[in-house]
Design a protein around this ligand. Sequence first.
Ligand code: SAM
Length: 222
Amino acid sequence: MWARAATIGGWLHPDQACALWEAARRVRPGGTIVEIGSHQGRSTVVLAAAAGQAGTRVVAIDPFVEGRMFGGAGTRTQFEANLDAAGLRDAVELIAQPSGTIRPQWTERIDMLYIDGKHDYWTVRDDLRWTSYIPQGGQVLVHDAFSSVGVTVALLRHVLPGRGLRYLGRTGSLAQFEVAPPHARDRVRMLGELPWWLRNLAIKVVLRAGRMFGHRATPDPF
Ligand SMILES: C[S@@+](CC[C@H](N)C(=O)[O-])C[C@H]1O[C@@H](n2cnc3c(N)ncnc32)[C@H](O)[C@@H]1O
């Protein structure tokens, strides 16, 4: 499935795709996976392919925002074409609206939540509220954790001191949590990621500065 996903534009790395696949395979048969932020469908095809083998439902939420970075309506067309090409169009329910608009109307149980939507602090804070639909033992994965400022600050303010999510670890910037009361050592392990975050921020600053002088070659880390 990675061979297919790698042809789709996106930011998910191969080892992160493996982690997503493994997490999706752990969802109970007939369970529900919700993905916030699908873009062209790189992570969606991984989730849907893994879920299909277990009879799990996949809901993809993305308003396909306009702009240089995410591409708007053209990205939705690309998303649908990519799912078609993977033979997974019918395996995914697309909700093309912002996650924050959908959440107040949502009523169903979620078994696995993948957060990779808008990366500002306020949106991520709101996306973390989707965890209230997940029973104990359910899974939450967050992309660009300890990399993006907005994502990381939201995790530090709302997960680190909270009592709902236990930090399990990360694959690059893909952080994994379990819905369970955290132990002190889980909080310490989250704090232990801060030097890596600072390292990522430092690299981003250097790359941004380089771009001011016309250097275009290197993408941001994670
Ligand atoms: C980083 S991309 C997602 C990448 C995708 N998971 C992948 O593996 O390629 C972020 C996506 O979030 C979407 N997005 C922006 N605001 C959103 C919101 N409020 N709710 C859900 N998705 C949003 C954007 O349209 C964009 O497609």
